[in-house]
Design a protein around this ligand. Structure first.
Ligand SMILES: NC(=O)c1ccc[n+]([C@@H]2O[C@H](COP(=O)([O-])OP(=O)(O)OC[C@H]3O[C@@H](n4cnc5c(N)ncnc54)[C@H](OP(=O)(O)O)[C@@H]3O)[C@@H](O)[C@H]2O)c1
Length: 321
């Protein structure tokens, strides 16, 4: 049961990474936190920690791709009290590969989670936040929410969309004292690479780069066209025509993940951003952006200062040359 006056938070995608660290930090700070995840069997370890530390952390099943799962999760949360102070839209994954190699159905899956998932939860919390005339909606975007990167067009599109949605929504909800916060991490050391989806004709490139940078990680392979061929059932689609650019990009990206900041750093920025937004809202400001990590800060500065042409060359030099 929520203690009166206690802040209440809902975080999506808490099984690993940024979501896990955020729900732990919230609960350890005394915020009554609903850690949601699509597979509750992954909650084992944090459940044990929460019980041991006696922190206010509850676990709720929520698959952000599904209307009924999101509705049911919020019904359970609202049964305990009609208050939500913080929503963190964190659940997400990356679909990588050249656009020509991707199937529309896979691109739709990418939007289903990274964009529509966030819209579903926002629509659930808005009536409650409007009623209480306060609230913080934190959307986990990315450096890929304001800069396009090679072989990342599907992922980048979802994060640009999330940024546009957040910027627009801020005008609608400021009258109700609700804040929108965009968190824009650069590369962060989580399971993100392990959970990346990659088309089959790109997978061999990805695997060999990964084998040399992190042998224990293998991304999900998707078959964007059938692996079968009328003459030869073992036929595999030829390697992507975009091999050079994919190879260069992943050769920069995968090793960067090894030395990247810990997801705890993102959780700390989320916490600070909420504390600051509460103060700023009293001065009439309700929309905020926070890059996380040196790479994200560098790119954010570059985006502000450079012409489109300069920015294109800057990104190319750092990623595919
Ligand atoms: N790591 C980075 O470099 C980085 C950089 C910028 C932004 N981000 C963003 O940060 C967020 C978190 O990523 P992460 O780095 O922490 O990666 P992660 O360790 O792979 O965590 C992703 C989380 O999202 C969950 N998820 C995926 N699809 C879901 C669905 N349909 N419903 C509910 N949960 C779902 C995963 O659950 P399962 O365990 O069930 O798969 C997992 O808990 C993502 O939005 C990502 O785009 C990451």
């Amino acid at each position: 049961m929520v203690v009166k006056e206690q802040k209440v938070a809902v975080v999506t995608g808490c099984s690993t990474g940024i979501g896990l660290e955020t729900c732990m930090l919230f609960a350890r700070s005394g915020i009554h936190t609903y850690a949601t995840m699509r597979d509750l069997s992954k909650a084992g370890l944090i459940k044990k920690i929460a019980e041991k530390e006696k922190i206010p952390l509850k676990f709720i099943e929520m698959n952000v791709n599904k209307d009924d799962s999101v509705e049911k999760a919020f019904e359970n949360i609202f049964d305990e009290g009609m208050r939500i102070d913080i929503l963190v839209n964190n659940a997400g994954f990356g679909l990588f590969g050249a656009l020509e190699d991707l199937l529309i159905t896979d691109i739709k899956k990418q939007f289903e989670t990274n964009l529509f998932g966030a819209i579903r939860t926002i629509q659930q919390v808005l009536p409650v936040m409007r009623n209480q005339r306060s609230g913080n909606i934190v959307n986990i975007s990315s450096v890929a929410g304001y800069i396009g990167f090679p072989t990342s067009s599907a992922y980048v599109s979802t994060k640009f969309a999330l940024e546009g949605l957040s910027e627009s929504l801020a005008y609608e909800i400021e009258q109700f004292g609700i804040n929108i916060i965009l968190i824009e991490p650069g590369v962060i050391n989580t399971n993100f690479v392990k959970n990346i989806m990659i088309p089959d004709n790109t997978q061999p490139i990805s695997s060999s780069i990964l084998a040399s940078s992190s042998p224990s990680t293998s991304p999900t392979v998707i078959s964007t066209i059938s692996n079968t061929h009328p003459d030869n059932p073992k036929y595999q689609r030829e390697i992507t025509q975009y091999a050079r650019v994919v190879d260069s990009f992943l050769s920069h990206y995968y090793p960067a993940m090894r030395n990247a900041p810990d997801p705890k750093e993102v959780a700390r920025v989320i916490m600070k951003s909420i504390q600051r937004s509460v103060v700023s809202n009293k001065e009439g400001v309700n929309f905020f952006r926070y890059p996380v990590g040196e790479d994200a800060k560098l790119y954010a500065e570059a985006k502000k200062k450079m012409s489109d042409y300069e920015l294109h060359s800057f990104v190319a030099k750092r990623t595919i040359t």
